[in-house]
Design a protein around this ligand. Structure first.
Ligand code: PNS
Length: 164
């Protein structure tokens, strides 16, 4: 049976740090679903459709990566697609407490789904979507931080006066 893992997140937008985890996860699992939480309580910069399109574009050369969106509980979604694992990237010790909390809750809700942590590459330890948006908002250089397609999309977003 194919081992399916989910790489869940907001991906608003996907960064090189996310991509690093997805690429490495796809070497370990048969299939990796990059799944965007469709969370109506957050006000994202990119719509779910825009995020899906960007992730599809930047993962198009990885055949065992699928892109999807979900709402509700992650473990229920995992069941619905037959996933046995959740992959999360850890950047620094500061990520640990939050990740431990959601992992414990997920295990309580469904102990058939295992969570795997991967340390992000050192060069991405301090990278987050929020920081990237902050830099892009003020037209700073984000070349090293996101794939070119995402850089372009951010430039377009922040070229629109209403988003400033
Ligand atoms: O990129 P993020 O925002 O750190 O991702 C967080 C995410 C999407 C993995 C987490 O919020 C999540 O799984 N939400 C779905 C709702 C859920 O299952 N909550 C129970 C776990 S506490």
């Amino acid at each position: 049976m194919a081992k399916i893992a989910i790489c869940p997140g907001s991906f608003d937008p996907i960064t090189n740090g996310h991509l690093d985890i997805i690429v490495r996860g796809a070497k370990v699992f048969d299939e990796v679903y990059v799944s965007i939480l469709n969370n109506s309580s957050k006000k994202p910069l990119f719509t779910v459709e825009e995020r899906i399109a960007l992730i599809k574009e930047v993962t198009k050369n990885i055949p065992n990566v699928k892109v999807d969106a979900f709402d509700g509980l992650l473990v229920d979604y995992a069941d619905s697609i037959g996933a046995c694992a959740i992959i999360r990237g850890l950047r620094a010790v500061s990520d640990f407490e939050y990740e431990m909390q959601i992992t414990s809750m997920n295990r309580l809700l469904n102990d058939k789904v295992e969570t795997f942590f991967m340390m992000t590459n050192n060069q991405y330890s301090f990278l987050s979507s929020s920081i990237v948006k902050e830099i892009a908002r003020y037209h700073g250089n984000i070349k090293e931080l996101v794939p070119p397609e995402v850089e372009e999309a951010l430039k377009e977003k922040f070229a629109q006066p209403s988003k400033k």
